[in-house]
Design a binder for this molecule. Structure first.
Ligand code: FER
Length: 282
């Protein structure tokens, strides 16, 4: 009899462990459900602002897109996600290809995200920042590096002056796709006093080499709230994610490493956005 009870307890514990693992795994590895990016009627909707800010870095007035969450109020304060585009994109790339406003509106109505502003800038910090001609031209690629200054010294101060947002690191996130993923890692990890949440979706070879990217392993281990690296399994750039992940593992730095089916495209990045924003500011 005693043995039977013992067996019963062990069996139950095992079952519980299995269920918890399954739920946890699903938390990270859940593919977008049907309708996640379909416009719903009769739900509160966010709004899209187009803003223009003076850039001392570039010497021009630059444009960015801002998603304002549903039920926005000037009497509240909001956290901010800075969401960056890829090498062939500009400030409209996310909006035109991923419907981030619809994805976030749907998550908000289901109580799955904190209300947040999403700022989508142009990460090619040069006078002519259009994605025309040879987008791999070294001057244009260099402009993705210059954007760190524009972001920190021009855009973030503009947002914080013109919107009711929190200004501490724990209420500021940076993420991006491909070149923007490299920027999110390079800028976020170098300015850990400014960003507590970092997401790299299929980061490109502009991502610094691991030793250069994270010389301060102890600080990163202690201070980061979320470090998210993901990539499509069939993406040619997967070596960038892999080498960064290996270094993080070796140095015991907690992070999400999310390999998903797919290539270098918006199916992957929409799935990233859907999952990443649910983890922010919580
Ligand atoms: C490269 C390959 C791809 C590179 C950048 C990319 C700077 C960027 C791709 C993208 O943003 O989609 O060698 O070098």
């Amino acid at each position: 009899m005693k043995n039977k009870i013992r067996l019963f307890i062990v069996y139950n514990l095992l079952l519980k462990f299995l269920l918890i693992s399954l739920i946890n795994a699903q938390n990270i590895f859940s593919f977008t459900p049907q309708g996640f990016d379909s416009t719903r009627t009769n739900i509160p909707c966010g709004k899209i602002d187009t803003i223009y800010y003076k850039s001392k870095t570039v010497g021009t007035t630059r444009r960015a897109i801002v998603y304002i969450p549903p039920e926005f109020s000037n009497n509240k304060k909001y956290p901010v996600l800075y969401l960056l585009h890829g090498i062939g994109g500009d400030e409209f790339e996310w909006l035109n290809n991923a419907k981030p406003n619809v994805i976030l509106d749907n998550l908000y109505v289901e109580n799955k995200i904190k209300p947040m502003l999403v700022v989508m800038p142009n990460g090619r910090a040069m006078k002519d920042d259009r994605a025309v001609g040879n987008i791999f031209d070294s001057v244009k690629v260099q402009a993705f590096t210059t954007f760190e200054k524009d972001l920190l010294n021009d855009l973030i101060p503009f947002i914080e002056k013109n919107y009711p947002v929190y200004t501490d690191r724990e209420h500021r996130a940076i993420a991006g796709l491909s070149m923007g993923g490299g920027q999110a890692l390079n800028f976020g990890l170098r300015n850990i006093d400014k960003f507590a949440w970092i997401g790299a979706f299929s980061p490109a070879p502009n991502t610094k080499k691991p030793e250069e990217l994270i010389p301060n392993t102890e600080e990163v281990r202690k201070k980061l709230k979320l470090l998210w690296i993901s990539c499509g399994e069939d993406d040619n750039l997967i070596f960038v994610s892999q080498r960064t992940h290996d270094y993080l593992l070796k140095n015991d730095i907690p992070h999400v490493y999310y390999m998903q089916p797919g290539g270098h495209d918006f199916n992957v990045w929409k799935n990233d956005l859907y999952n990443f924003v649910q983890k922010l500011f919580k």
